[in-house]
Design a protein around this ligand. Structure first.
Ligand code: JB2
Length: 215
């Protein structure tokens, strides 16, 4: 029997996760979010209070789902929440949307979240608390670190190595065999064809917008 779940955070990422959890018939106790009033209803669930409400339950009786997502330059709240509760023995549920294809030998660590329409191919290993967001493709034998966000529609060709806390932006493409150093940000739509060191930002070419003269 699966354990009841508390969701941390009640914003956009949590909204998508709640939809997955309902489709998986999970039992949801509610949401903890410091910016909401206790007892109000958010995403159809009760707000239980702030994060310390989790400690009203033992680590043995519940599972957590990290509903806080991540943006390229945020301050690592998602990772901090994971590390805080994990250090106190709480388990984060590994979640896979039923529409995702995950090859049989793929390894997903605690708290990995695989969203709708994702493809993850053979030999890939994904470390704790990473998000593989809607429609992303992670090809064979990739190594993905902790607290990574692979944003919607990104493509990682085979044997790509991604360090911890990397953000791979929406629709970015990383060709085969590339390494991305920890903490780097790959801008949306970038095409990465060379290794990227730690803590770098890759800027893609941007659309140029001009007005049309119809005279
Ligand atoms: O300390 C906290 C805390 N601070 C803010 N603890 C908990 N449990 N929750 C916290 N929050 C809550 O996280 C906010 O009150 C809010 O409900 C939520 C953040 O919601 P937001 O919609 O701003 O972002 P998000 O993290 O759900 O989604 C981001 O990441 C996703 C992956 C967005 O950029 C999405 O567009 C993206 N798809």
């Amino acid at each position: 029997m699966t354990k009841p779940i508390i969701i941390l955070g009640g914003g956009g990422h949590a909204k998508v996760l709640v939809d997955i959890l309902h489709r998986l018939n999970c039992r949801l106790l509610g949401i903890v979010d410091p910016n909401q009033s206790i007892g109000c209803v958010l995403l159809g669930l009760n707000v239980l209070g702030s994060d310390n409400v989790v400690f009203d339950y033992s680590a043995a009786e519940i599972e957590l789902v990290n509903g806080v997502g991540s943006l390229p330059k945020d301050k690592g709240l998602r990772a901090r929440l994971f590390n805080t509760f994990n250090a106190k023995g709480y388990r984060f549920k590994t979640l896979v949307d039923p529409t995702a294809f995950i090859a049989a030998d793929v390894e997903l660590s605690d708290g990995v979240q695989v969203m709708a329409g994702v493809i993850i191919q053979v030999g890939t290993k994904i470390a704790k608390n990473t998000i593989v967001n809607s429609g992303a493709i992670v090809e064979h034998d990739c190594r993905i670190g902790r607290h990574v966000h692979i944003a919607p529609g990104a493509v990682l060709s085979g044997t790509v190595d991604v360090g911890d806390a990397v953000h791979v932006g929406t629709g970015a493409t990383i060709i085969q065999g590339i390494s991305i150093g920890a903490g780097s940000i790959i801008g949306a739509g970038s095409v990465v064809t060379q290794d990227i060191a730690c803590n770098r930002i890759v800027y893609p070419p941007r659309s140029q917008i001009k007005s049309i003269n119809r005279d």
